[in-house]
Design a binder for this molecule. Structure first.
Ligand SMILES: [Zn+2]
Length: 459
């Protein structure tokens, strides 16, 4: 065997070569970056925070609303100057006021979503952000489950719902450098927040820890990875726990504490051009004033407006500030978040619509092969680019444009009224383009070649 590899080692080496070749080829076909063309001078966020307050009904702090108990008595309401500024949706509801399904609806934009659907490919906002170069980070006390955690590059989360004996864990996949260490530091800081506290004070401290940890992660990303776009999902759990365990007279005070404690995170978002989406999975209902226990998911609690109405407040450099009337649904949050980030709504199961909060419109062109695409307004060509994935952004709202896409064997022409973002998908209907065909031929050649070699080695 002098200088020669034994047949067995050779076989293993060949298998590795084979695997690597297949992976490499599949990868090079899958990767295709979108080209972005900005028509006007616009401001837009490059990252976002999706801040979910578990169990926060908008009835309890929106200035326009009044919360009632199930016995129809008026109950306490919080005063929250911070939580009501920005782009605010007055009437938005969850179709399913329970934690797991409601979180699934938020991230998929599908009103019938459950935890299983979150695991399907291209089902969530995380699949789309990842395809466009974002990292997905999360700090969650409640609302996370296996499929949701698996969508994150790194997540700091509570394994149980206990504020008295919290169990905090980190699950990491491809975290940006330094984030694991930072999250681990924050894991260690939790006892310091909770020590010598009880009742509402302890519940608030638990929330504050979650907010401060998220704020630290956002600040770290901007300082140490300034060009890395991210979507950070945050869930704070103690308002839900407080509603369930402490009762009506502490619930609204917990909301006022949140209004105070969230301020540093708002500042970080604003100063760093990070869009902030403030929402909830569901609300909370009480049987009567001073009720010691609240509920939202079952029986008489689940049908109350106080359980169904959730807040949606957006703070972003590219959204119109003020109150949006009209009826919206929890399933609209995901498409709206993608629109604000100028990402195409290619969520596979979504039945929600983007809420028209953005100051401009964006046209997404997605094709199966390369097209030369031009944009015309009033008979004049205003932009032109080519590629298979193009994003024309910064287009004035409520204008008419004609889009011409010229491909090797097909031409498309679309007249568009830009009342909101548009996604155009061109499929030549001729199956795969030449790159796909070449890739498949290469993969087959490599597989057959590899198998032949392995057989020869065996013989
Ligand atoms: Zn919940």
């Amino acid at each position: 065997m002098n200088g020669l590899l034994s047949p067995k080692i050779m076989q293993i080496t060949m298998k590795n070569v084979l695997l690597i070749s297949i992976l490499f080829l599949t990868f090079s076909v899958a990767i295709s970056g979108a080209t972005e063309i900005t028509l006007n001078n616009i401001q837009k966020p490059d990252s976002a925070i999706l801040f979910i307050v578990d169990g926060l009904g908008s009835s309890y702090f929106y200035p326009e609303l009044t919360p009632y108990a199930i016995d129809e008595s008026e109950i306490s309401k919080a005063v929250t100057p911070n939580l009501t500024s920005g782009t605010r949706l007055l009437d938005i509801r969850t179709p399913n006021p329970s934690t797991g399904p409601a979180h699934s609806i938020i991230v998929t934009g599908y009103s019938g979503a459950n935890e299983e659907i979150v695991g399907y490919s291209d089902a969530t906002i995380y699949d789309i952000t990842r395809q466009h170069g974002f990292v997905n980070l999360a700090v969650m006390q409640k609302g996370d489950f296996q499929n949701l955690r698996d969508e994150q590059d790194i997540i700091l989360f509570a394994q149980n719902n206990s504020i008295d004996e919290p169990l905090i864990t980190i699950q990491a996949n491809k975290a940006p450098s330094g984030i694991y260490e930072l999250m681990n530091d924050w894991k260690m800081k939790l006892p310091g927040y909770l020590d010598n506290k009880k009742g509402r004070e302890k519940y608030s401290a638990y929330n504050k820890w979650g907010i401060d940890a998220a704020n630290a992660v956002a600040g770290y990303m901007k300082k140490n990875h300034p060009s890395q776009k991210f979507l950070m999902t945050v869930n704070v759990g103690a308002i839900d726990s407080g509603g369930h365990n402490l009762g009506e007279d502490d619930y609204y005070l917990l909301i006022e504490d949140l209004d105070r404690d969230i301020y540093p995170l708002y500042t970080t978002a604003k100063e760093n051009n990070i869009a902030l989406f403030f929402t909830a999975d569901h609300g909370m209902s009480f049987a009567a004033k001073n009720a010691k226990r609240g509920g939202h998911a079952s029986g008489k609690y689940s049908v109350r407006q106080e359980s169904l109405r959730i807040p949606l407040v957006i703070m972003s450099s590219n959204t119109v500030t003020g109150i949006f009337n009209g009826e919206y649904r929890q399933g609209d949050i995901a498409p709206t978040l993608l629109s604000v980030l100028d990402l195409p709504n290619s969520l596979q199961y979504s039945d929600g619509k983007p809420i028209k909060v953005k100051k401009y419109a964006t046209i997404f062109v997605k094709a199966d092969k390369e097209y030369s695409v031009s944009l015309w307004n009033d008979g004049k060509k205003v932009s032109e680019s080519s590629g298979s994935e193009l994003i024309f952004t910064g287009i004035p709202l409520n204008t008419n444009y004609t889009l011409k896409a010229v491909g090797a064997d097909k031409t498309h022409e679309e007249r568009l009224f830009l009342d909101s973002d548009k996604l155009l998908e061109f499929n030549s209907g001729k199956g795969l383009d030449y790159r796909g065909i070449i890739a498949i031929i290469l993969i087959i050649v490599v597989i057959i070649g590899g198998l032949l070699i392995i057989r020869r080695i065996k013989d």
